[in-house]
Design a protein around this ligand. Structure first.
Ligand code: PXL
Length: 277
């Protein structure tokens, strides 16, 4: 039997199971890659102290990485919530030394419920130390705006220009996700030569917790299976759109996307693709 490709997520733990490491591992399983996890922080709000982000030591992060590499090895990975400058610098060092190719950097900054998932003084390290190691970065609109010195982004043309300008940071592929704009959910990929837009219909739901995590995890899984970047993004967008279509809520809180949706129900929508030279 050919073994499944090995994909690692370096990200935060989201206790509710909809986002972070939990979303990544569910996505990896659905896409038939072997998932591993390096937990960088633990997110869960304490009912009395209100503290939401609980640190994981640098030693523990290094230990997890070394163990996964030794026990299994890695063919590709994604990074999600890294929280601090120190964690970003540590992860960048580990990635450099390990020589892993196929790296998706999801520059996670703020959660859907407004949790702060990246400290302000970590932005520079993200830009200068981690993003240059990435095969592809996947900012949403607020993240792209922060990476561009708080540039306002409102239209698809703004996203196209943002993708071209973010390419300067050193990642060969930039995917700016327009899900937070009005109208259809349009994402823009720039690979240094061509702008490709991916369009899915807007789905009328609030149950999208972890959609960004699952999208970048699906891209990492697809790249690791050997798909070219454009096809890896198309299939990942289709996967996450179907997961959003079937999103649900157990409580009154913004609910999870349904990771098994594509397997159970098939592709919900065809992703429309356009290319500009
Ligand atoms: O959805 C962004 C996100 C990423 N990572 C972790 C999170 C969240 C949102 O809450 O908790 C760990």
């Amino acid at each position: 039997m050919k073994h499944p490709s090995r994909v690692m997520s370096i990200a935060g733990s989201a206790a509710g199971g909809s986002a972070g490491i939990q979303a990544d591992l569910k996505t990896f399983q659905e896409l038939d890659v072997y998932g591993m996890s390096i937990i960088t922080a633990i997110v869960g709000r304490h009912p009395e102290t209100n503290k939401n982000v609980h640190a994981v030591s640098i030693e523990a992060i290094e230990a997890q990485f070394a163990t996964a590499i030794k026990q299994v090895g890695v063919d590709g990975l994604k990074t999600g919530m890294l929280f601090s400058k120190e964690v970003i610098e540590t992860v960048a060092g580990l990635l450099k030394r390990s020589g892993v190719e196929r790296i998706v950097v999801d520059p996670v900054m703020i959660g859907k419920m407004n949790s702060k998932l990246l400290e302000d003084d970590a932005i520079e390290a993200l830009k200068t130390k981690l993003i240059p190691l990435a095969t592809i970065i996947t900012p949403n609109v607020p993240e792209a705006s922060v990476l561009l010195e708080d540039r306002p982004l409102h239209t698809i043309e703004d996203l196209q220009k943002a993708a071209v300008d973010l390419h300067q940071l050193g990642a060969p592929n930039v995917l700016v996700k327009g899900g937070r704009l009005k109208g259809p959910a349009i994402d823009v990929l720039y690979d240094g030569e061509t702008i490709t837009t991916y369009e899915a219909p807007r789905i009328d739901t609030v149950h999208t917790s972890g959609a960004g995590c699952s999208y970048s995890a699906a891209i990492a899984a697809n790249l690791t299976k050997g798909l070219p970047v454009k096809e890896a993004v198309r299939r990942a967008k289709s996967y996450v759109t179907t997961a959003i279509e079937h999103g649900f809520s157990y409580t009154e809180i913004v609910g999870p996307t349904y990771h098994a949706a594509e397997r159970k129900y098939g592709e919900a929508y065809k992703i429309k693709i356009d290319t500009l030279q």
